[in-house]
Design a protein around this ligand. Structure first.
Ligand code: ADA
Length: 558
């Protein structure tokens, strides 16, 4: 399953995932063995590979002919794609999609091999030993599309509120796969709202971007408690009729900042959220839709209205579910805690920027996404870091003007990047990493931001706050790592943040306990980050009821 709804009615799409493939490790004691595996998956969940760092081949046969596009929603973390033994494509980064085009494929059965690589090296600037696990495998869906001479690569449709109603800013990319000029007709429509038709002149082998702003009248607005989605369809035709199509969904909602407030459809938003890793002991980062949905049910039960996809773009199925259920998303590019030397790796900038480009190109239509984040806890207190932050913020602005930008900082009073984004965000751990009471520490940081930094006058969010607890470790002495201590610390922290006048909200670190890289050591019992409100099996800790009560006692708007 790649999405929760149909994206094509004319184009022939066959899912290659949701089925058995063959897996073989390419190194180590099991090298060459062949295992049947269900894709998507992470090899860490197979008995022999729980700590395997290396490369592994996933093989599958497919039958097709002509122009074939293979779509990969995520391979962790580096992919090399071979068809009939020949390399046809490659991609870096587990968390963004890519595709491979096979032109004029002979009719018949073909051999697909995807070599996944989860090793750490200089070549990988973003996947480094870290406080979460970089798994190995085909961790998201795979599809095969059989295309005609031209196809629609994407529809970008960004609603904009006007004085009278709504416009939609359209950008539709059409690709000519033939070595001859081609004239096609492109029709784009949202049932009941608008329909446009354009003639598109495609040069031989080239692509065209069709841009237009259309009047969408007065549609139903997407709200958290009324998340109305509209289907947008694009169809390509030539003299022989319609031959390719693509459907997506949009929601009409406005997100912007005004002074110290974040406004959702004009109302002052109060975020009550969780930071969530894609992680599960049974599935690694390749959670099936049922497990993703279960996480959302738990988050809603806890009274949350938002999830931060820390620290990378998420599977689009997660975003589809959030669109459908009115859950707000902070989505961020892939980077956690990279220090100056790591940012100076020559691969850092191209890889981080590619991640932004791929994330926004793939996810721009999701109404649930309200903030683009970058570079969690990187070197935002250095001149070099500043230049990287600036370039990445500028890149976001080039790709999408409709959402505010932010970055979760841990540089306390030394951050020099707050002049750049629309929202200032801090990761704070009072009563965990230091003993200052939360109700002293939160106002201190807030006041410094609003008076002593370039973030003065901007909305302020706490993007992480929390404390660790080992599930089942109960002790009335209130020492750290007990469920009792975590429950008390979270109670103090949430109250301090949500009572802070002017503060736009909170993301608790974190939703559930997660596995960390074996190679990353930082006082983490069980090689897990244990700050979840539920443990890795989603079993409730004592803090669950504390968070639930508090989150339900503050409204979604301020
Ligand atoms: C950070 C970081 C998280 C996690 C957290 C913690 O601030 O952004 O990824 O490591 O701290 O648990 O300490």
């Amino acid at each position: 399953m790649l999405r929760t709804f149909e994206t094509n009615y004319l184009r022939e799409v066959t899912e290659l995932s949701s089925s058995l493939w063959e897996f073989s490790p390419n190194e180590g004691e099991f090298q060459g063995n062949v295992y049947p595996v269900w894709v998507p998956c992470c090899w860490e969940n197979f008995p022999d590979f729980s700590a395997y760092r290396g490369t592994g081949s996933f093989r599958k046969e497919f039958e097709a002919e002509g122009n074939v596009r293979l779509v990969f929603k995520g391979v962790s973390h580096t992919a090399t794609v071979l068809v009939d033994g020949k390399e046809v494509g490659s991609h870096y980064n587990a968390y963004t999609p890519f595709s491979v085009m096979l032109k004029d494929l002979e009719p018949g059965v073909h051999k697909l091999e995807v070599i996944a690589d989860n090793r750490f090296s200089e070549k990988s600037a973003l996947h480094v030993p870290n406080d979460y696990m970089s798994y190995g495998g085909i961790s998201r869906g795979v599809a095969m599309e059989e295309l005609e001479g031209a196809y629609i690569e994407y529809i970008h449709a960004v609603p904009e509120k006007t004085e009278k109603g709504w416009n939609v800013k359209l950008a539709v990319k059409v690709v000519n796969l033939e070595d001859a000029e081609k004239i096609v007709e492109l029709q784009v429509a949202v049932d009941g709202l608008f329909e446009i038709t354009k003639e598109v002149n495609l040069k031989a082998g080239e692509e065209a971007l069709v841009e237009e702003t259309v009047d969408a009248g007065t549609p139903d607005v997407w709200e958290m408690d009324h998340p109305v989605l509209y289907t947008i369809c694009a169809v390509l035709s030539d003299a022989d009729g319609a031959f390719d199509d693509l459907a997506d969904r949009i929601g009409f909602r406005e997100i912007k900042t005004a002074g110290k407030d974040i406004l959702l459809n004009g109302k002052k938003l109060r975020i009550k959220g969780f930071c969530r890793h894609e992680d599960h002991p049974m599935y690694g980062c390749a959670l099936p839709v049922s497990a993703i949905e279960q996480d959302l049910q738990i988050a809603k039960d806890l009274g949350a209205n938002s999830i931060r996809t820390s620290h990378y773009p998420n599977d689009e199925i997660f975003l589809d579910l959030c669109d459908e259920q009115g859950i707000l998303v902070w989505e961020e590019n892939h980077a956690r805690g990279l220090v100056l030397e790591q940012m100076q790796n020559p691969n850092f900038e191209p890889q981080a920027e590619a991640c932004i480009q791929e994330m926004i190109t793939a996810h721009i239509n999701h109404p649930c996404i309200i903030i683009w984040g970058i570079l969690n806890e990187c070197a935002s207190d250095t001149e070099y870091g500043y230049e990287c932050y600036k370039k990445q913020y500028d890149l976001i602005r080039k790709l999408d003007t409709s959402r505010p930008r932010s970055s979760a900082s841990c540089r306390f009073k030394t951050d020099i990047c707050f002049g750049l984004p629309e929202i200032v965000s801090y990761n704070l751990y009072p009563e965990w990493y230091h003993d200052t009471p939360a109700n002293e520490y939160v106002p201190d940081i807030y006041n410094w931001v609003q008076t002593g930094s370039e973030g003065a006058g901007k909305p302020f969010l706490v993007t992480e706050i929390g404390a660790g607890a080992i599930y089942g470790y109960r002790n009335q002495s209130m020492c750290k790592w007990t469920e009792e201590y975590q429950a008390k610390a979270l109670g103090d922290q949430i109250t301090a943040v949500l009572d802070q006048e002017g503060c736009s909200g909170i993301y608790i670190w974190q939703f559930c306990d997660v596995r960390i890289s074996n190679e990353w050591f930082s006082n983490r019992p069980r090689t897990m980050n244990n700050k979840g409100i539920v443990d890795e099996y989603r079993r409730r800790k004592l803090s669950y009821d504390v968070v639930k009560k508090l989150y339900h006692s503050y409204s979604d708007f301020r």
